[in-house]
Design a protein around this ligand. Sequence first.
Ligand code: GLU
Length: 422
Amino acid sequence: MGKENSFQNVLNQLDKTAEIMNLNHNIHNFLRKPQRSLEVSIPIRMDDESINVYEGYRVQYNYARGPCKGGVRYHPSVTYDEIKALAALMTWKCAVADIPYGGAKGGVICNTKEMSICELERLTRRYTYMILPIIGPEKDIPAPDLYTNEQTMAWMMDTYSMMTGYSVPGVVTGKPLEIGGTKGRSYATGKGVMFITRRALEYYKIPLKGSTVAIQGFGKVGSYAAEFLTEKGCKIVGITTVEGGLFNPDGLNVNQLLKHVRTGKPLSEFEGKNIEYVPNLEKANKQLLSMDVDVLLPAAMENQITHENANDIEAKIIVEGANAPTTPKADEILIDRGIPVIPDILANAGGVIVSYFEWVMSLQAFLWNERDVNLRLKQLILGAFDSVLSIHEKKKVDMRTAAYILAVGRVARAIELRGLFP
Ligand code: GLU
């Protein structure tokens, strides 16, 4: 999680927004804390018969607007503070997208690269069992995040269903198609990033065709964003992954690169004219973040753009595919330097928007086709962009603050309307 405390960063942004909005002091206080948190220990029998005890969390940040929604991540750097921060971001994200959810996040401290598939299954089932009392289609609906995927969701759904006695597909989203998943969910975040990037380029009067893009991270978000942006005529001039970076000023052949990466081949073996491969991750990221490009797309982890490198950024705009990739100090530097940042809670909302469609379909045992899903995604995410933009222009605040004003305002209104229990 780097040197920064992400939860403190999220609180700083909330405090800044509350001041600008003149937010009711009681609601502000209420929004500074998660409504419910669960810490669980997860004992697992490993393949060698030894027992490891993992630590996990599920944080429901705020559910004034509806059932909680948010992913589960498996990563060695997971902390309670990180999960709280991400749960808060989910609350704002769902409010910006105007979907009827509160926000949550879960995480387990583990290294999936060192675990077998059977160990991962046991970990997932026991974690699901431990958080069972607080999840459910009407309570809190997990989804994939870093190092979790469709298979993880299938195990979660099965464990919940076994405990209930019948199939409950609405308990998770991001499921495999065969058990109630939806077409368009796997690439939804990347598609949403493309819609947002296209609209942002138009707004900042940068021609889409031939625009240059640098992408940090080539996973579920970065790789699909690269694919869709390439389809629209953008040039992907650099990418980094945990293996290092690939650069090509003429644009990487994204279709070939996707095939290469998806068949599990190492980045270093990707060949082509004018390609530069940088094996050292730190060096590769430094090079990527300082590229003179139209769009910089951080699509990996938190706290990547910091006060230490924000002055080196030469991109015309930044579109946040990852959650919380920019620290508040870096944000200030970027605002001073006039580099617009399209914030995470808007730019990467495509995933949770399509999760919402999947949930609705699971509850109704109904199927929309892929075209409908993508059309509705486009409508919702561009509608959110327009709402944020109008606050940005009217209140003369940066795009992140504008998105927060929209989100916090919506959550605050829900709290007011519901009143205080008892
Ligand atoms: N993990 C994704 C996010 O951070 C998706 C969450 C969901 O679909 O519930 O937005």
